[in-house]
Design a protein around this ligand. Structure first.
Ligand SMILES: O=C(O)CCC(=O)C(=O)O
Length: 203
């Protein structure tokens, strides 16, 4: 087992049913790569909502050599080449979880004023519905909200993501749920999340 990951798995199942899985491997990644993450030249990305461009309340950076960019919310975020350490993490996750992730969308939340509202991720350009997020820095709340409340899912779910935690969303999670990292006025530290996805390769 690689020294970068914690071999004592502490898995927390947040949602688990036939076709849905949300779980968190607590303190999964143990290596300190903060200085590498802090040197990323994050981008202020804009999204297009009903013809109006809005600056996202967080900065982002996309790494991939398989796609030219990721189109979401009406605009395109261009891919940059991999940073070797992050490519190594991608390879490690692919090996451990038997996936084929080929892109990493990185989110930077400067402090608790920055957030991502309830949304589900665009999966039509993915060849695998599984999305994995690895957290660094500040602990933040992570919320899940069913698109349709039911007897099985009658309410929203709240958990948290901390430094080194690996969150997995698989199966029909994007179809049936929305997720969010809400604002938290008491959080003064930065959080950076690496979200790994497997895109259909562009010809
Ligand atoms: O920061 C995170 O862990 C979640 C990010 C997210 O929801 C997304 O990139 O779609």
């Amino acid at each position: 087992m690689s020294k970068e990951i914690n071999s004592k798995h502490n898995i927390e199942f947040i949602i688990q049913s036939n076709d849905l899985l949300v779980c968190i491997y607590r303190k999964w990644y143990t290596k300190n790569i903060w200085s590498i993450l802090e040197n990323i030249e994050f981008i202020d990305h804009h999204v297009n909502i009903r013809g109006v461009l809005y600056k996202q309340n967080r900065r982002v950076y996309l790494m991939s050599e398989s796609i030219n960019g990721y189109k979401y919310s009406g605009t395109m975020l261009e891919s940059k080449p991999w940073i070797p350490e992050i490519k190594n993490i991608c390879d490690l996750i692919n090996k451990v979880f038997k996936r084929t992730f080929n892109a990493c969308l990185i989110n930077e939340y400067i402090d608790g004023t920055q957030k991502i509202g309830f949304h589900s991720d665009e999966t039509s350009s993915l060849n695998d519905n599984c999305i994995v997020s690895l957290s660094f820095g500040a602990t933040r709340k992570f919320l899940l909200k069913p698109k349709m409340y039911s007897s099985e899912f009658p309410s929203n779910t709240e958990t948290f993501v901390s430094n080194g935690d690996l969150l997995i969303m698989a199966g029909l999670v994007q179809e049936k749920f929305m997720h969010s990292i809400p604002a938290e006025k008491d959080v003064s530290d930065k959080r950076i999340s690496l979200t790994f996805r497997s895109f259909n390769v562009e010809k």
